[in-house]
Design a protein. Structure first.
Length: 202
């Protein structure tokens, strides 16, 4: 595990991946906090890896983690999703119903088939969603996520983007975030808080 993270960190430096500053993480201490993030987009239609129509409101009723990324992301996205999954595994049975919702920032290349294959190793923990780019853009604005296509030459491109995950309660409200590079201990602590808050309400 440690070797994997060392190699991925080296790749991050080598490929000069740019992580856009996480304004929502800074908003934790702002007057409005996180409570306004994601408002008004619960009815927006997306597609899952099997082509079914999904809305964010469909994830209501239980907590979940929301992350925006893309499958060709060399380091940030795979490490973030892998670390979130590992943190949930570390929590154990209390986290068995906590899913990770992944919304692609690259719908042109992240087809349902591509994402189904990409996330096949997560035992159903990850729900990958796509939509036309204008819809994705509307969602990112609602969650204060910034992303930008960056040409890398020879007709290829990457995407610079805000790199943190949103911890969402059963009502669909964002209550916390976990930024890329957060320690396992911090991720577990924040996820446990999300779970415990849900337990107290039920």
């Amino acid at each position: 595990m440690r070797l994997m993270l060392i190699l991925l960190s080296a790749l991050l430096v080598a490929t000069k991946v740019v992580v856009v500053p996480a304004r929502a993480e800074d908003a934790r201490n702002a007057d409005k906090g996180l409570k306004d993030l994601g408002r008004g987009v619960g009815q927006i239609e997306l597609k899952d890896v099997d082509g079914r129509t999904v809305r964010l409101k469909d994830f209501g009723g239980k907590p979940h983690v929301l992350f925006f990324g893309f499958t060709r992301c060399p380091v940030v996205c795979p490490v973030t999703v892998w670390e979130l999954d590992a943190a949930l595994e570390a929590i154990g049975k209390d986290a068995k119903d906590i899913g990770i919702v992944f919304i692609t920032l690259d719908p042109a290349r992240d087809t349902p088939a591509v994402m189904k294959n990409y996330f096949s190793g997560f035992k159903g923990r990850v729900t990958a969603l796509t939509a036309p780019l204008p819809v994705i853009t509307r969602l990112t604005k609602a969650y204060d996520v910034r992303f930008e296509r960056v040409d890398t030459g020879k007709g290829d491109y990457s995407i610079d983007h805000t790199a943190h995950a949103f911890l969402v309660n059963a009502d669909g409200g964002v209550v916390d975030t976990v930024a890329f590079g957060a320690s396992r201990e911090l991720s577990v602590t924040r996820l446990k808080s999300l779970i415990e808050a849900h337990k107290r309400r039920n």
